[in-house]
Design a binder for this molecule. Structure first.
Ligand SMILES: [Zn+2]
Length: 222
């Protein structure tokens, strides 16, 4: 018997992880939740983008820039478009009890502090108990939680918590490596610097051997 758990974007808009960021909390008020899709008002976003660029002294009345506010609005709407999906699970009939790991899942999101992109790869794994997951769903989980202004710490934690809650495996491990353009292109301009975050739960956290295996398989030395 397969079991399907639907993840709705509206759920994501209200999700908070207090205590796992630098104190700021996601309040979901940027694009309030609406049934089905997040209630994006592209016309208002376009108007605001034009005002924003004008306030920065960028003249929009020349060819090439006249459509930029509309393109900006669509680009950000696309970045925040959390598609609902089904987290399909299957009975672990074969009794597989070793690590399942999806490595190098590419992701992109936007930092909530500067609204600049950060991107990289996610390694998501679990130690199965009674049920296993369709493998593509690990990538969909990452995509789902990346479709919001995020911090890397919260994104890591949300993926791990969701997997642990929905699948109830013996252990869960999530490791993210990302480059933040707010750090590489501005500010300290630390080009090439990457940030690594991880959340381990259950046996993957408590058992030193499992922990080491996860980091070894994910390709990170810890
Ligand atoms: Zn930032």
């Amino acid at each position: 018997m397969t079991r399907e758990l639907v993840l709705d974007p509206a759920e994501l808009l209200t999700a908070t992880q207090p205590g796992h960021t630098n104190g700021t909390q996601q309040n979901g008020s940027i694009f309030p939740a609406a049934p089905g899709r997040s209630g994006v008002d592209l016309v208002a976003a376009q108007r605001a983008a034009a005002d924003f660029l004008a306030a920065l002294g960028i003249e929009l009345d020349r060819e090439g820039l006249d459509e930029t506010p509309a393109r900006m609005a669509r680009a950000y709407a696309d970045l925040f478009d959390a598609r609902p999906f089904r987290l399909t699970t299957f009975p672990n009939d074969a009794g597989y009890d070793e690590l399942v790991l999806a490595r190098d899942i590419p992701f992109r999101t936007v930092c909530e502090h500067h609204l600049l992109p950060f991107s990289g790869v996610a390694h998501v794994g679990y130690l199965p108990a009674d049920r296993i997951l369709g493998l593509s769903k690990l990538a969909r989980l990452v995509e789902h939680f990346a479709a919001r202004p995020q911090t890397q710490e919260r994104l890591t934690r949300q993926i791990a918590d969701c997997l642990a809650e929905r699948l109830r495996p013996r252990g869960t491990g999530v490791l993210l490596e990302a480059e933040h353009t707010c750090m590489t292109l501005r500010g300290v301009r630390a080009l090439g610097a990457t940030t690594v975050t991880s959340t381990l739960l259950g046996t993957l956290r408590s058992d030193a051997g499992c922990r080491a295996e996860f980091f070894a398989q994910a390709g990170v030395r810890r």
